[in-house]
Design a protein around this ligand. Structure first.
Ligand code: C2O
Ligand code: CU
Ligand code: CU
Length: 499
């Protein structure tokens, strides 16, 4: 394989790509483009195959064992609104798995997170891409109890839906890039076993990657970029900012906003997606950074000097003695100080602007978004997130997940208002399958703009009200925390929608 082919297939090729493993881990690695899934397209029918398998790849310059959909990130499935997808999924892993179409409004009988695909077996997923759903989605496994292990090991890929709005000149002329954000920890060439701390906090890792590359450099050809961002991490939050340059948010989980929203920073919780326009108004480099963020997780620190030296640390710090917990293998070198704390500032990516950049004007309007009237809600429900931290047990309305129990029964064709309450001391990204929703308010403050979401973050002690239209298809589906360790450890419930 030559260099160009490597770029085409992404940095994570096979181990035989020695050219890459010779690069020092933090050299300027080129920005890898996720591979696009090869499809067969006939009269609106898209036929594709996705296979889950064990993979020996190079990550951060070192060979590692992962589970992937044939490389990390998995190949991007690109489809258009209105198309029908016939997806044959094959499990070549030595354990059961399945495929979840995160964020897509498709029947729960198809996107069935309780279904299991046994090793060596296949399952057919056939679904129609709804009109008006253009946006950035993703696929990943959903076997209760194994989501943390399987997602962490690299089973994630993007699903991009294209629609008529993508033809807007201000979007079409922008240079589009996909960015899958994910962190890792390895012990040798393996992912180590989960510790009790990992189950409590959700596992993070100190190796941060964009499309599987450590701090890559993106050489832009144009001065306007359209970035499609996915947080595919188990538990890490990314508070994204571009040095000295605003981000223009144009789409959230479920597609376009009504018009671009200028942001100085963008918080992306696990499972969330966002699309932003970036305008490179001067030549030179721009760093995409993850600013410090405190999500209430317990962290281990190397000692007071390093704590004080880190940006954003120091708040809410206090030493806590959890000496009895044990089993903290992968963090053992970090010393024994522990407390609540923020992540540190990290550079994720460097963008190099073209010479004489001339960014395009922003689109003035995007997609109209229906106004959901909470006064018309058929029901108002309260969902309280709770935890027994030291046991790493997580609850919704006091109960742990039970696949045989229906927690919420609702009527097809109605709109409901859900009041999500976080009674814990940690952030939790709440996610609902099948039915995209709109955030109405946060602690009584109305949402600053209308947007379709499938995942919404809840800060400690916060109450978020959402409007959920239960439309088009009924069935049994789930909602859960997208810190997937919490999902595996009980923070999930069952919704049944009936005519
Ligand atoms: Cu992205 Cu139920 O998951
Ligand atoms: Cu989902
Ligand atoms: Cu959680």
């Amino acid at each position: 394989m030559n260099r160009r082919e490597l770029l085409k297939y992404g940095v994570l090729g096979l181990v035989s790509n020695y050219g890459l493993s010779r690069l020092p881990a933090f050299a300027q690695s080129p920005f890898p483009l996720p591979r696009t899934l090869q499809v067969r397209r006939t009269d609106g029918l898209v036929e594709v195959q996705i296979t889950a398998q064990q993979s020996h790849l190079i990550l951060g310059g070192k060979p590692v064992w992962l589970m992937t959909y044939g490389g990390f990130p998995g190949p991007t499935l690109r489809v258009r609104e209105g198309e029908t997808v016939r997806l044959k999924f094959t499990n070549n892993l030595p354990e059961p798995t399945n495929l979840h179409l995160h964020g897509l409004h498709v029947p729960p009988s198809v996107d069935d997170s309780m279904a299991l695909v046994q090793p060596g077996e296949s399952r057919l997923y056939e679904f129609r891409i709804p009109k008006g759903s253009a946006g950035t989605y993703w696929y990943h496994p959903h076997v209760h109890g194994r989501v943390a292990a399987q997602l962490y090991a690299g089973l994630a890929g993007l699903l991009v839906v294209e629609g008529p709005l993508d033809a807007l000149p201000e979007l079409k002329e922008a240079e589009e890039y996909l960015l899958v954000l994910k962190d890792w920890v390895f012990s040798g060439d393996r992912i180590p076993a989960w510790t009790q701390m990992d189950w409590m906090n959700g596992r993070e890792g100190s190796l941060l990657t964009v499309n599987g590359a450590v701090r890559p450099t993106l050489r832009a050809q144009k001065a306007t970029l359209r970035l499609r961002l996915l947080n595919a991490s188990n538990a890490r939050y990314y508070r994204l900012a571009l040095e000295n340059q605003p981000l223009y948010l144009i789409a959230t989980d479920g597609g376009f906003l009504e018009k671009p929203v200028e942001l100085t920073e963008l918080l992306l919780a696990p499972g969330e997606r966002a699309e932003v326009l970036v305008r490179l108004s001067r030549p030179g480099t721009y760093r995409l950074q993850a600013l410090p963020y405190d999500r209430g997780a317990m962290r281990m620190h190397g000692g007071m000097h390093s704590v004080m030296g880190d940006q954003g640390m120091g708040q809410g710090m206090g030493t806590m003695d959890h000496g009895g917990m044990g089993g903290m293998g992968d963090t053992g070198t970090m010393g024994s100080l522990m407390g609540m704390g923020a992540t540190r500032l990290e550079t994720l990516l460097t963008i190099v602007a073209p010479a004489n950049p001339k960014p395009m004007p922003l689109p003035t309007s995007l997609a109209p978004i229906e106004r959901l009237d909470p006064a018309k809600a058929a029901a108002t429900r309260r969902l309280v997130l709770g935890e027994r931290m030291m046991q790493a047990e997580f609850f919704i309305n006091g109960r742990m997940f039970d696949p045989g129990r229906v927690d919420i029964q609702a009527k097809l064709g109605t709109i409901e208002v859900w009041e999500l309450v976080n009674e814990t001391e940690m952030d939790h990204p709440f996610h609902l399958h099948t039915y995209p929703f709109q955030v109405l308010s946060r602690d009584g403050q109305p949402a600053p703009y209308r947007a379709w979401k499938d995942t919404v973050n809840l800060r400690p002690n916060e109450t978020v009200r959402i409007a959920v239209p239960l439309r088009d298809f009924g069935g049994i589906t789930v909602y859960h925390c997208h810190i997937v360790e919490h999902e595996d450890r009980g923070m999930m419930g069952v919704l049944e929608v009936r005519p």
